[in-house]
Design a protein around this ligand. Structure first.
Ligand SMILES: *Cc1c(COP(=O)(O)O)cnc(C)c1O
Length: 429
């Protein structure tokens, strides 16, 4: 499989090259040259397949012969080491719980898959290494750190804003050791992000083989299609049309779902539900893409003013807004609406949703009014414990600490404080 740059000014590359480069040399996102639908036999028999078998069938065309089938199957088995429950929250409305992995966020799937692919490509390298740089406002860093822990030939450096991530998140970033190092930046998330961007353009750092691990990277983004197939497998017997609502920030998740639909997965409609960072909902209203600086909300993993994957979605629909709107809606919700939804979901149904999931729920309810015969699924992208400062007071509950979180709480934080890009470079060496 070849990948081309969406800026159309860079050579086509293999899966391996796209994974290692992250972004194309012309700064475009990579996109697969072809997307081939799966056979109707596959969908007819999907109930008889395991999640691992489904994932293998879904991803293999994107990797071709670059990773042998037996190894790819091992990578998938290792990636999918946890459950993906589809829980009925109220009649016809389901929560797809993506938070049962090691760091309790959906990003575990992509991070685990990407790290193991990179580990495979590095297996014969003796002395050169890849360095994965991640700037995080909380969630991504933990998933990447855990996903890459102990992977051969890969160093991970995480930059996070000092004092601006929760205690649990900080421990997930700073207590692992081995090939994972954390930099505590005296500044904001944007300062971390700026340093990372600058490093990628810095010729003097070329020898570090820097790569990124956010959803612009195809190896983190594509495996996110897996759980849309898993959900279909669970709900197929109901014989109803399916609507998915994804709480969206960089639009990686929803874009992976749309790829699954391109591959034949029967999905009636997608909703990208956002907080007040509403660049895409406004675009669907008036056709003008007007990115804005991000605004802080209680669903902070979605505080994105210029969603990087949106361009991939436009590519899938040939930049045809009318065609696109038939399959896709996007709605925005405020913090006040989010908190009210969390309370409604809890008081009516006894289900605890954290702010991102609650936004997914709101978008789903709104869209289902246009699909009275359909059932709907919202993605619950993180465990409520990760947003306990919001969830506990809002619902007046005390959340038990899950084992995955308990295990990091007692560990000692190790980080290096930096303030300037020069200090960052000195740290890299
Ligand atoms: C990253 C994240 C999102 C946003 O996902 P995108 O793929 O960037 O749209 C939503 N919820 C949580 C909890 C996240 O960590």
């Amino acid at each position: 499989m070849k990948y081309y740059s969406l800026n159309h000014n860079a050579p086509k590359v293999s899966f391996k090259e796209a994974l290692i480069q992250g972004l194309a040399p012309d700064k475009g996102l990579y996109f697969p040259e072809t997307i081939t639908p799966l056979s109707s036999d596959f969908f007819d028999a999907i109930e008889s397949l395991s999640n691992e078998e489904i994932a293998f069938e879904a991803i293999k065309q994107f990797i071709g012969d670059e990773i042998p089938a037996v190894i790819l199957k091992e990578i998938i088995a290792d990636t999918l080491c946890f459950d993906f429950p589809v829980v009925e929250v109220e009649k016809g409305i389901y929560s797809l719980e993506l938070f049962h992995g090691p760091t309790m966020a959906f990003k575990d799937v992509g991070a685990r898959f990407m790290s193991r692919c990179l580990g495979y490509f590095n297996k014969d390298k003796k002395d050169s290494k890849n360095t994965v740089l991640v700037a995080t406002s909380g969630d991504t860093g933990g998933a990447v750190a855990s996903g890459f822990l102990g992977v051969k030939g890969v160093e991970v450096i995480i930059l996070y804003p000092s004092g601006k991530v929760s205690d649990i998140q900080e421990r997930q970033l700073t207590t692992l050791g081995q090939n994972i190092r954390a930099l505590e930046v005296d500044g904001f998330f944007d300062d971390c992000q700026d340093m990372v961007k600058k490093a990628f353009l810095d010729e003097s750092l070329k020898h570090h083989n820097l790569t990124s691990a956010n959803s612009i990277n195809i190896a983190r983004w594509l495996p996110q299609m897996f759980y849309f197939f898993f959900t279909y497998k669970v709900l197929k017997k109901q014989n109803k049309n399916l609507v998915f609502s994804c709480p969206s920030g960089n639009f990686g998740n929803v874009c992976a779902g749309i790829i699954a639909k391109k591959m034949g997965l029967p999905v009636e409609h997608f909703v990208a539900s956002t907080n007040v960072n509403d660049t895409v909902p406004r675009f669907l209203e008036n056709g003008v893409y007007d990115a804005q600086p991000s605004r802080e909300t209680i669903s902070n993993a979605m505080d994105v003013g210029n969603p990087s994957n949106f361009i991939r979605i436009q590519e899938i629909y040939d930049n045809d807004l009318e065609k696109f709107k038939k399959d896709f809606s996007s709605f925005t919700f405020s913090d006040v609406e989010t908190l009210a939804a969390m309370k409604t979901i809890y008081n009516k149904n006894g289900y605890i949703a954290e702010p991102h999931g609650a936004i997914g729920y709101l978008g789903l309810k709104k869209e289902l009014q246009n699909h009275p015969e359909s059932i709907g699924v919202f993605l619950e992208t993180a465990h409520p414990i990760k947003f306990l400062d919001t969830v506990e007071p809002a619902l007046n509950v005390k959340l038990p600490i899950p084992a995955q979180i308990e295990s990091v709480l007692g560990k000692e934080k190790v980080s290096t404080k930096i303030k300037t890009y020069e200090q960052f470079k000195a740290f890299l060496g």
